[in-house]
Design a binder for this molecule. Structure first.
Ligand code: KG4
Ligand code: ZN
Length: 348
């Protein structure tokens, strides 16, 4: 059975290369996790520019692969299998990673697995917390996605329970940061500003929480608009905007809705483990409120460390290792990227 798996990630603005070792007992060990980010090149646009991201991947791919081997002390000939993000993501960005992974797989004569980025965000938790109990519930919160997923088998059966109908949670952070004149990406500066604010100062709306709303879907665009209106009104009156209070109150609304729906979904389906992953999982208030509510409901909470939560190659390598362990057939070498790959397709 292949033992060393290389993972390649290029779906958005991070070029990631990870190396992991699959052990006989099914545990997966992290050996290297190198990331090159083009986030600084997108900052002045307030969001990721696809063409800029693709070019940055092209420049960063080979150096990032080299760094992963250098830090792990492994040789390229040690690699037994390669996994690459096939989707979802930006088409041009995905193609760079898929093309690179195909070339490495052909040159090394090893199997290639084209895998789902979202499943990778869940699989990465096994690098830190060991095998995932099944079923588990995953709350995936990033700049591009906000989803509740039921995981019956990380190598094959992932089902969407709910998702955002408009903005992703991270997108709401990024847009609110712009309104508050905070830098991009908005999550970290809002998290920091909120520490000095009062989360009860402003009662911002909790989207999709009405009695007739779908229980497990999310909506953040109304919240974003409410924050923008509130700030505009304060400015029109010539008042100073209380940035810390606005940040804390906005953050409370996001964390409240995310954790309430996740805990309810777990409780109603009798699932005992909740994994929170994706860039927004690094949020301090989300983590604290999730811990509080999971403890009350008797749910085990698993949140990978921030470095593993944001996009990286180790998550793709980890998923690849679980596919190898499960005996899933590799992908054909003519596989193509699928920007809209559904989460139910773990491997192409
Ligand atoms: O998973 P990720 O690195 O990339 C994808 O979007 O796939 O997530 C990036 C998102 C950004 O929107 C960023 O603002 C948000 O994660 N983020 C945070 C925090 N750190 C990053 N949001 C809230 N609090 C944070 N501490
Ligand atoms: Zn991601």
């Amino acid at each position: 059975m292949p033992r060393i798996v290389m993972g390649v990630e290029s779906s958005c603005d991070e070029t990631g290369v990870g190396l992991v070792r699959l052990h006989d007992d099914g545990t997966v060990e992290l050996l290297a996790d190198e990331v090159a980010s083009s986030v600084d090149q997108h900052a002045r646009f307030g969001g990721v520019v696809p063409e800029v991201a693709s070019r940055a991947h092209l420049e960063a791919m080979v150096p990032t692969v080299r760094r992963a081997f250098a830090t792990s002390g492994l040789k390229m000939s040690d690699v037994d299998a390669i996994a690459v993000t096939a989707g979802p993501g930006l088409a041009g960005a995905l193609l760079v990673g898929v093309s690179a992974a195909k070339a490495y797989a052909a040159a090394l004569d090893v199997p290639l697995y084209g895998v789902n980025h979202l499943a990778g965000h869940i699989a990465v938790d096994t690098l830190q917390h060991g095998p995932l109990p099944t079923p588990s519930l995953a709350l995936l919160v990033s700049g591009g996605h906000t989803q509740l997923l039921r995981v019956d088998d990380i190598a094959g059966k992932i089902t969407e329970i709910g998702s955002t109908v408009d903005d992703a949670a991270g997108e709401a952070y990024d847009k609110v940061a712009r309104v508050l004149d905070l830098p991009y990406p908005g999550g970290p500066p809002i998290d920091k500003a909120a520490r000095d604010g009062d989360p009860t100062a402003i009662a911002f709306p909790r989207g999709m929480t009405g009695p007739r709303d779908p229980a497990f879907d999310f909506s953040f665009s109304g919240l974003k608009t409410a924050v923008a209106r509130w700030v505009e009104t304060a400015e029109a009156r010539g008042e100073d905007v209380p940035v810390a209070d606005v940040a804390a109150s906005f953050q409370e609304a996001v964390a409240d809705v995310l954790t309430a729906k996740a805990v309810r979904a777990a409780t109603e389906s009798g699932i005992g483990t909740l994994v929170i992953s994706g860039g927004v999982a690094a949020n301090s208030r989300l983590g604290a409120l999730a811990a509080e509510r999971c403890a009350e409901a008797g749910i085990e909470l698993r949140v990978p460390r921030p470095r593993l939560c944001t996009d990286n190659g180790a998550m793709i390598a980890a998923l690849g290792a679980h596919l190898v362990a499960a005996g899933v057939a590799p992908s054909p070498l003519d596989l193509s990227a699928n920007p809209a790959l559904p989460v139910s397709t773990v491997c192409l």
